[in-house]
Design a protein around this ligand. Structure first.
Ligand SMILES: *[C@@H]1O[C@H](CO)[C@@H](O)[C@H](O)[C@H]1NC(C)=O
Ligand SMILES: *[C@@H]1O[C@H](CO)[C@@H](O)[C@H](O)[C@H]1NC(C)=O
Ligand SMILES: *[C@@H]1O[C@H](CO)[C@@H](O)[C@H](O)[C@H]1NC(C)=O
Ligand SMILES: *[C@@H]1O[C@H](CO)[C@@H](O)[C@H](O)[C@H]1NC(C)=O
Ligand SMILES: *[C@@H]1O[C@H](CO)[C@@H](O)[C@H](O)[C@H]1NC(C)=O
Ligand SMILES: *[C@@H]1O[C@H](CO)[C@@H](O)[C@H](O)[C@H]1NC(C)=O
Ligand SMILES: *[C@@H]1O[C@H](CO)[C@@H](O)[C@H](O)[C@H]1NC(C)=O
Ligand SMILES: *[C@@H]1O[C@H](CO)[C@@H](O)[C@H](O)[C@H]1NC(C)=O
Length: 903
């Protein structure tokens, strides 16, 4: 399968699903140990001296524990089980890794211009602020003063002039720390230091500017709450991932530093609120600190793809809508048509060796609506393109594919023109190409027109690092104000409402590290989340409360849901709550609402756990009696599955206009000033729908008051049984080779020659060995995935090792790292070097993997609650270990004698 560039998924005219991300990987031998509440010493871990080292001390007010690294990863699983059984230990979790969320870099500015300062005069006209009413606070002089917001991210370039220029007391970035150091990659040992400077990534600096950028910048960028103080908790090194032990530490440190709000634009596919990181964030919210987390950028995968920690209970998950204005930062260059010179702007890509390139344009064809321009190999009659810049329209296939086709005809330079607003920084490192870049759709179309007219168009390119930069703005008529295609969909597998609210996250102009251009336009829920954090600060200023529940209820009740829109076309119904939550934040309305709701959303659960009658209260905190009228507005229903499929349908999904019906008791009533009333809602799921396809219905309860107040409360439910959904198809477990990135299944009875036990990572064995890879396709999430190693030979030693497990299968046990808890749906890849969960190695012989995935809401104690699947038989052998080579070789015959048919 061709992997799409994610940017294309975001902006392309035709939406196609990308590959499903894997469930986050774990760090070998690393565990989070949570102590019982009364334990406040690491004595227990210190007693493991020689076996395990302390990875991270996690003794905090709200979490007592440590993460540890077993030195002998061979026996880690067994020792972890021993630790878990100790009386002072509450739980042990494997350390999981999460990446910096895939965000799209559209364009970056340059540091030269950053020193120019232009103070924004007059009222706030920043487009994302106009969309969310944040401008009204700025105009009224409310700027988040006195509020501390912790940003858990890649650090912050606090030396940036628009981010205060310093770190520490009296600076904008006044607190925080670096938990990991530059060299940290998620798997190695963190080397913390007190300096959280974002010197090599940029994500955190962009996030920080959305919250609090100062007006002294050339592009009119303004933070939502420019007088807050920021805490920078750096949890990523220059490349790689972060472990959830580091995230748990960062959250607790931010909490203990007295942060009023904690924001994190980090996550990975999950769908389970019990995930340990999500559970820790929930705890902090319960202690009174609002935590906003980006909903995730996997919208292409479809419904039921909530990310952790956004999917935690009480955690506010932030969805993304696209900016109404497309800002583009462009490098200045020129072109000539028949010797007449004109200026134009481009966004350099990777590679970007454009310095001094002055060559004529050549285009595959002159069709400026060609959806798949340059996706096919060029015709034989194509001239040698080594002296040309190939002009290609974006769309359908990957940038790499398009560049490869041009390079095949000798091209060294490829200029893309966009098929959507703005530009994108293209990455297409194909051998032979020296420069790639992108111009706007309008620029590309005008060049195509000139070429068509027979003109010669010569581009006079410049080094993007030295080029002058300028900014252009365009109205985003295609998607402005609508949900971003990439925003991840909830709900959780236990039908918790996710996401909560939406904020602008697509095409956002903000600060960037000075070394990387100082300013940049980026897209992602990562960019929506910090705006919501800034809004929380503004609300705290106005309402004088920091209570997470009160503030979330206000933001949810006043948010504006929008219609569903895809490929530039709006459907005649509201986007589903699993996509947009309550809708786009309306901050001023939230700050000034006098009608308060006691909840931020309702879940009616599925049909097995149907909870159709629910109460919530409405408080009238105003000065006059108000008569309220309740009504119901349905949002699009989403069928989770296509007919006959067990895998949820990818974006845009199967949407219908089937609505639930809701009744209210009472539906119209008067509440005196200072009083409240409890209202009962009764839901009836939509009728005549195909329950086997697991329809998710949703909508809003509209609450209109005679004072002009108009609130809406989102709800959702599943008109089918979550438990009846197959989580693992009978063919959902395949066996492949560890070296095969395409996961091609191997035939039965293949022999895998493994490195000697304990030498799996010793490169000197790479040539002679191959590990089996178990590829599990979870069609829906599973809280518990078990894998058994089932002996298929009649070898007596293996047979003696095998015992009958709860499923009635004879198994020698689970392989290392299993079972796996709280699994997202999608592909789970597992490479096996023969090591078992108890630290021993499976004897050579013939085996199969038997996989069982627990159904949603299933009883883990009952075999019938698991979906089974198994692989073909495969044989394993080990190379002899260097020191034991002689001895092993003598025993070799005996081992082989255990194989079936050789007895
Ligand atoms: C600026 O905002 C204030 C407060 O909302 C308003 O009274 C004033 O008219 C605005 N000024 C301009 C120039 O729009
Ligand atoms: C440029 O020159 C070509 C060839 O002489 C001619 O066909 C074309 O119309 C000219 N273009 C412009 C814009 O004058
Ligand atoms: C965007 O549209 C508005 C209203 O139609 C118009 O006033 C404004 O000039 C447009 N802005 C740009 C950058 O095209
Ligand atoms: C749905 O019901 C199940 C089973 O009682 C429960 O575990 C789950 O939390 C419920 N979901 C919600 C959102 O209440
Ligand atoms: C409630 O108010 C909203 C927003 O003003 C309006 O669109 C809706 O029609 C009103 N509903 C009723 C039942 O009056
Ligand atoms: C694998 O080997 C077993 C005997 O060990 C045999 O019954 C089976 O047919 C073989 N399968 C294939 C596909 O070769
Ligand atoms: C080898 O490295 C991989 C990837 O880092 C890891 O999953 C595995 O456990 C390691 N194996 C051994 C024997 O150290
Ligand atoms: C692996 O095989 C290649 C080609 O046969 C050889 O050049 C290389 O030295 C081998 N590497 C090791 C570590 O044996």
């Amino acid at each position: 399968m061709v992997r799409l560039d994610l940017a294309a998924v975001l902006l392309a005219v035709t939406a196609v699903a990308g590959a499903i991300a894997n469930t986050p990987s774990t760090v070998p031998g690393a565990y989070i140990v949570e102590y019982e509440e009364d334990q406040d010493s690491n004595e227990l871990v210190n007693n493991l001296e020689g076996k395990a080292s302390l990875r991270k001390d996690l003794r905090f007010k709200l979490f007592k524990g440590a993460s540890i690294q077993f030195e002998d990863t061979k026996n880690a699983e067994m020792m972890a089980a021993e630790v878990a059984a100790m009386p002072k230990v509450k739980a042990v979790y494997p350390v999981r890794r999460y990446p910096v969320p895939h965000h799209i870099v559209h364009s970056t500015g340059d540091a030269v211009q950053a020193v120019l300062s232009k103070r924004q005069e007059g009222n706030d006209t920043f487009s994302t602020h106009l969309m969310t009413q944040v401008n009204k606070f700025k105009d009224a002089g409310i700027t988040g003063k006195g509020i501390k917001i912790a940003v858990i991210d890649t650090g912050i370039d606090y030396l940036h002039p628009a981010l205060g220029g310093c770190f520490g007391d009296a600076c904008l970035v006044s607190y925080g720390t670096d938990l990991v150091g530059d060299a940290f990659n998620g798997a190695n040992t963190p080397t913390p230091d007190p300096d959280p400077l974002d010197n090599c990534n940029g994500h955190g600096t962009h996030v920080a500017g959305i919250i609090a950028a100062q007006a002294n910048n050339p592009y009119g960028i303004l933070g939502a709450a420019s007088d807050v103080t920021l805490g920078a908790y750096r949890v990523f090194g220059c490349t790689g991932d972060v472990g959830n032990d580091i995230l748990i530490a960062a959250y607790n440190m931010a909490y203990e530093a007295g942060s009023d709000i904690i924001t994190a634009s980090i996550g990975g596919p999950s769908g389970w609120s019990e995930d340990p990181w999500a559970a820790v964030v929930s705890r902090i919210v319960e202690e009174g600190v609002p935590c906003v987390v980006s909903a995730g950028n996997d919208g292409d995968v479809g419904i039921f793809y909530a990310a952790t920690a956004a999917n935690g209970r009480k955690v506010t998950a932030i969805a993304s809508v696209d900016n109404t204005i497309t800002a583009t930062l462009l490098s200045n260059a020129s072109y000539t048509i028949n010797d007449t010179e004109e200026a134009f702007g481009f966004t350099a890509g990777e590679p970007g060796s454009w310095d001094g390139v002055s060559l004529p344009l050549w285009a595959v064809n002159f069709d400026t609506t060609d959806p798949a321009n340059g996706c096919e190999p060029y015709p034989d009659m194509t001239p040698d393109l080594s002296g040309k810049i190939v002009l290609v329209r974006r769309g359908s296939c990957t940038f790499v594919q398009k560049v490869a086709n041009a390079v095949a005809k000798g091209a060294k330079y490829v200029m893309f023109y966009n098929n959507a607003g703005g530009t994108v920084a293209v990455s297409a490192s194909v051998e032979g190409v020296e420069g790639v870049a992108m111009v706007t759709a309008a620029q590309g179309e005008s060049w195509i027109a000139a070429l068509k007219a027979g003109s010669e168009v010569v581009l006079n390119m410049v080094d993007p690092l030295k080029a002058g930069k300028f900014i252009t703005y365009a109205n985003n008529t295609a998607s402005g104000g609508f949900l971003s295609d990439y925003t991840s969909w909830g709900p959780t597998f236990e039908v918790d409402v996710k996401p909560q609210i939406a904020a602008p996250g697509g095409l956002i102009l903000s600060t960037y590290p000075r070394a990387l251009g100082a300013y940049a336009v980026l897209s992602g829920t990562s960019m929506a989340c910090p705006l919501a954090a800034g809004v929380y600060a503004l609300l705290m200023n106005v309402r004088g409360t920091k209570d997470p529940k009160t503030l979330e209820n206000l933001l949810s009740g006043t948010a504006h849901p929008n219609v569903f829109r895809v490929e530039g076309e709006s459907l005649p119904f509201l986007a589903p709550v699993p996509q947009q939550g309550a809708g786009l934040i309306q901050a001023w309305d939230a700050a000034h609402a006098t009608t308060l709701l006691s909840v931020s959303s309702l879940s009616f659960n599925d049909t097995d756990n149907f909870n159709p009658v629910q109460n919530f209260s409405i408080s009238n905190t105003g000065k006059i009696a108000i008569t309220y009228k309740l009504s119901h507005v349905g949002a699009a229903m989403v069928y989770t599955f296509r007919d006959g499929s067990i895998t949820p349908t990818e974006f845009p999904g199967d949407l219908t206009g089937d609505f639930a019906s809701l009744s209210f008791s009472p539906s119209e009533f008067t509440i005196d000033a200072g009083h409240r009333k409890i209202v009962t809602v009764t839901a009836t799921p939509p009728k005549g729908v195909d329950t086997k396809r697991l329809p998710v219905y949703s909508g809003y309860i509209a609450i209109n008051g005679t004072d002009g107040s108009a609130l809406s409360l989102p709800y959702l439910g599943v008109a089918g049984s979550m438990h009846s959904a197959v989580v693992l198809g009978a063919d959902g477990a395949k066996l492949s080779r560890a070296s095969d990135d395409n996961n091609t299944p191997v035939p039965a009875n293949v022999t895998f020659v493994l490195p000697p036990p304990g030498f799996a990572n010793d490169t000197s064995y790479r040539n002679q060995t191959e590990q089996p890879k178990l590829v599990t396709e979870l069609s829906m999430g599973s809280a518990l995935l078990r894998v058994d190693v089932v002996p298929m030979s009649k070898c007596t030693t293996v047979a003696q090792n095998a015992s009958t497990n709860m499923f009635g299968t004879k198994s020698i046990g689970m392989p290392e790292g299993m079972p796996s808890f709280w699994n997202a749906r999608g592909t789970l890849e597992y490479r096996w070097d023969g090591k078992m969960a108890d630290g021993t190695y499976a004897p050579p012989g013939l085996y199969k993997f038997s996989v069982r995935a627990l159904r949603i809401f299933g009883d883990a104690e009952k075999a019938s609650e698991y979906d089974p699947a198994e692989t073909v038989n495969f044989r394993i052998k080990y190379l002899p270990a260097p020191s034991t080579k002689l001895r092993r070789e003598r025993g070799k015959d005996k081992e082989e004698g255990c194989e079936e048919g050789k007895r």
